[in-house]
Design a protein. Structure first.
Length: 450
């Protein structure tokens, strides 16, 4: 597999692709490593995960620069991503010794529960956030006593491979965390279908995610799926319009719009619609698009030529739009684009574009805002802008999405649950319950009679 720099189209690396036989051998090695890992004292497992976090911390800059080269992320974003891996490992390590069962009152004895590890877990990570999303699955799975087989996206395998090396450097047992670069229909399919893999964690498109779930259903393997979004950014007339307009661009331009939580549907109350657009236009124009290695850059390129063509297909020639600028020449560049006067039922307003394109749609009142916000098959994230606390709570409860922010666009914190409603996925990642999702509950009754 050839890895290209999305900003320059230059060759970065060539990586050997794993096949079905490689996956099978990796599962065998992982199962052996997992048994020893699960038998280790909880304190020892926690200590090794904290050491892994410390080693990642020592290599944050190296990992960030690798992410800039293989994924085209801005340097600031890439540093955050490497730091997120470190922080998540630390957080997961804290849960190892707190992964407790319960004592349940029963007659005639004592009843207790144990949270047992599943065994071998497969994590299939996407190309849009290769490092953190890999860690969202791997860190709690390891902390719960499992082994992890990580299949990175074809275009972004390099940080995953480096993280596996750092795990060994930190002292994690050999074969406990293995990386299997390869094509989805080959290595990914082999991982999903393997009888020795107890759970699959997948982040990607709803179409592929449904296929993953169907294959896992054949053998009753567990799944956690994060399958994208079409998130609303709802701006009410009583909001701080200046703050809402200033924050709106990066709510859908972060990572060049290649973000499942991107607020690509900007819903604005009709009475302030025109004023909001006046404030939004200069904010979009000011976004710095360019070399992702430059500290000043706010938005880099798209990941590939295929993705660039996909984004272009959603924007009609001559469409009414607010536009920013983007570099010309080599690289997969597309300018920040906000479409106005769009039919709410148009594909660009209902489907996940996964690029730096948003639409502005007017609404009349609170009920109309909720109707528009929910007029999509997805339900991952969203934002509400209002000064009315009661409205914020009412609308938050009414919007069908897993992660909402009020007067903010923050969706992801490693210490709070993350996941979607409807077509946006199954299950939750991150937060205090993440470790338990990688365990089986075992119930044990001990008779005290006779």
């Amino acid at each position: 597999m050839h890895v290209l720099n999305p900003a320059t189209e230059e060759h970065v690396a060539t990586v050997a692709a794993a096949g079905a036989a490689d996956v099978d051998a990796a599962v065998t090695r992982a199962a052996r490593a997992q048994r020893a890992w699960a038998a280790a004292a909880p304190g020892d497992r926690a200590r090794l995960l904290r050491r892994f976090a410390a080693v990642v911390d020592d290599h944050v800059e190296e990992l960030a620069l690798l992410e800039v080269r293989e994924a085209g992320h801005t340097l600031g974003n890439a540093r955050w991503e490497a730091g997120n891996v470190r922080d998540l490992l630390d957080y997961a390590a804290g849960g190892v010794e707190r992964l407790t069962g319960r004592q349940i009152p029963v007659a005639g004895g004592v009843d207790v529960t144990f949270l047992e590890p599943l065994g071998v877990v497969g994590v299939i990570a996407p190309w849009n956030f290769p490092m953190p999303i890999a860690a969202w699955g791997a860190a709690p799975a390891l902390a719960a006593g499992n082994a992890v087989l990580l299949k990175p996206a074809e275009t972004t395998p390099l940080t995953a491979l480096r993280l596996a090396e750092l795990a060994l450097e930190a002292g994690l047992p050999e074969h406990l965390l293995q990386v299997l670069p390869g094509e989805g229909p080959v290595a990914g399919a082999a991982l999903v279908e393997h009888p020795g893999v107890a759970k699959i964690v997948f982040t990607g498109s709803a179409r592929v995610g449904k296929g993953v779930m169907a294959k896992c259903a054949d053998r009753l393997a567990r799944v956690t799926l994060e399958l994208g979004g079409k998130s609303p950014n709802v701006v009410f007339a009583d909001a701080d319009l200046e703050a809402a307009a200033l924050a709106a661009p990066m709510s859908f331009l972060d990572n060049a719009g290649q973000d499942c939580c991107a607020r690509t549907r900007i819903l604005v109350q009709r009475t302030v619609h025109d004023r909001f657009l006046e404030l939004l236009a200069p904010a979009v124009e000011r976004v710095v698009v360019g070399d992702p290695a430059d500290e000043r850059t706010q938005m880099g390129p798209l990941i590939s030529r295929v993705q660039l063509d996909r984004v272009r297909s959603y924007v009609p020639d001559g469409a009414d739009a607010l536009r920013g600028s983007a570099p010309r020449g080599p690289g997969f560049w597309y300018p920040p684009t906000v479409l106005t006067g769009v039919d709410p039922g148009a594909p660009v307003a209902t489907e996940e574009v996964f690029g730096p394109v948003a639409v502005v749609l007017p609404f009349d009142d609170e009920a109309d805002a909720v109707r528009l916000a929910n007029a999509t098959d997805h339900g991952l994230s969203g934002s509400l802008w209002t000064r009315d606390v009661g409205r914020a709570l009412r609308v938050s409860r009414a919007v069908q999405a897993g992660n909402l922010s009020v007067n903010s666009h923050s969706s992801v914190r490693y210490w709070t649950p993350f996941g979607g409603f409807k077509q946006s996925g199954v299950g939750r990642e991150l937060g205090p319950d993440a470790l338990a999702s990688f365990t089986e509950t075992k119930n044990v009754f001990i008779s005290t009679e006779g």
